[in-house]
Design a binder for this molecule. Structure first.
Ligand code: AMP
Length: 219
């Protein structure tokens, strides 16, 4: 089962895709986490993309498509995966299509800009796993520490206020066109893709239940 979570930064894609991947026993593919891991390890790719990620711009399509295609060719993705942050452009969506990957569900998580800015300014992440916390709404059990590993949480460089504005602009300009792209695809004859809008203002548990309620056990 191939699932795409679509939505602006801070809409809860990361949290929901992690829960969904656990429930369905398929991998979560989160390009943002993959890039941050490359940056932390100072690999050639990490050096290539570091400045771009920090500025809130998108990494060029040809790089991102190659990274995700390589990841999706691995054995653990053969029966599906949850895509959290890919595709982010029409070219990336076309690349998935051309690779013959049929998307079962696209969940668009809808959240207002005001809520996004509020969430990202109070978001702390565990870099190695991608787990994220909100200081007020989803705090870690121990202040500043990841619940699972006990390792330190950090604030992402691109969650700073000026960069958040840039990421939102990039989202509306380059990623939001995918809403129409997948809505049209879902309406096409004989297409298996289902397009579903989810209210991203509900609690984490309610959103997770809402998403699960759409997944047909027969597919
Ligand atoms: P995220 O963790 O999903 O918010 O992604 C963090 C950053 O990684 C983005 O602001 C981009 O710079 C880069 N990135 C993540 N996914 C993509 C993608 N599909 N295409 C291009 N750049 C991406």
């Amino acid at each position: 089962m191939y699932i795409i979570l679509l939505g602006p930064p801070g809409s809860g894609k990361g949290t929901q895709s992690q829960l969904l991947a656990e429930q369905l026993s398929i991998p979560q593919i989160a390009p943002g986490n993959m890039l941050r891991s490359e940056m932390a390890r100072n690999t050639a790719l990490g050096q290539q993309v570091g400045k771009i990620v920090a500025s809130g711009e998108l990494v060029p399509d040809e790089i991102m498509i190659a990274v995700i295609q390589t990841r999706m060719q691995q054995q653990d993705c053969k029966s599906g995966c949850v895509l959290d942050g890919f595709p982010r452009t029409i070219s990336q969506a076309n690349a998935l299509n051309e690779a013959g990957i049929l998307i079962d569900y696209v969940f668009e998580i809808v959240v207002t800009d005001t809520e996004i800015i509020n969430r990202l300014s109070k978001r702390f992440v565990h870099l190695a796993s991608g787990r994220s916390y909100h200081l007020l709404h989803n705090p870690p059990q121990q202040h500043g520490l990841d619940d699972i590993t006990g390792e330190a949480l950090v604030q992402r460089e691109d969650d700073q206020e000026e960069t958040v504005g840039q990421r939102l602009r990039v989202y509306y300009h380059q990623t939001a066109p995918l809403i129409e792209y997948y809505q049209n695809l879902a309406q096409a004859k004989n297409c298996i893709t289902q397009y579903i809008k989810i209210n991203g203002h509900d609690s984490i548990q309610d959103i997770a239940q809402n998403i699960m309620s759409f997944l047909s056990p027969m597919r």
